[in-house]
Design a protein around this ligand. Sequence first.
Ligand code: APR
Length: 239
Amino acid sequence: MNVKIQLLKEMINESKKIVFFGGAGVSTESGIKDFRSADGIYMMDYKYPPESVLSHSFYVQHTAEFYDFYREYLCFPDAKPNMAHFKLAELEQSGKLKAVITQNVDGLHQLAGSKTVYELHGSALRNYCVKCGKSHDFDFVYKSNGIPKCECGGTVKPDVVLYEESLNDEVVSGAIKAIKKADMLIVAGTSLTVYPAAGFIRYFKGKNLVLINKDATAMDENFGLVIHGKVGEVLREAV
Ligand code: APR
């Protein structure tokens, strides 16, 4: 086992209040593309710049095209949790991990058994009518054509935070509180480029700050331990 993995293992063993902060790179081993890797969603040719599609103004101005893109690139009905999700659920069951904070909307942490999950950018598994507020399940939007409509005539919108939209206050305060109390923060599978999420790291005041990421990030030097590798493989060895 390489020295860094051994170090990670020792940090996990000595820590009692671990928090995990993850991004799209945690789900790539489940077959879900991330956004900014070479083969990421934002790197593909599309009739509009992909990152602009996931914005509130695009949703308002090109609603039908938004749903086409959303169903194609942000809905993964067959995705299954991978080793990273399962190892984090295991760490929570052991009492060592107190919370998962994720930027992902795929619900795979909960599917793997994690109980305390802060979904900073919401979830594609939840949808609501913008007119009457009624909840609709994943299939209601995924299996719809064009713009999904509620029985009341209102548009059914995914509970996903688009650019220009604000994060849920309760989720934000829960996540920050968990990070402030943590003695170890494991950050993984994120380019740490999107705020406010990427800024949450600054609330960590504990001892062990670790980054597990396939590619280097602009914030690597802020971490005590940086492992460039696949988070599923690293956690399989370290947990
Ligand atoms: N293991 C570890 N790291 C990985 C893996 C893996 N198996 N696969 C990819 N990565 C890394 C990539 O190297 C990349 O640095 O994960 C990172 C993913 O970065 P992004 O694609 O930018 O995803 P993320 O950081 O989650 O994006 C944040 O941007 O558009 C918004 O709302 C969207 O939540 C998303 C936010």
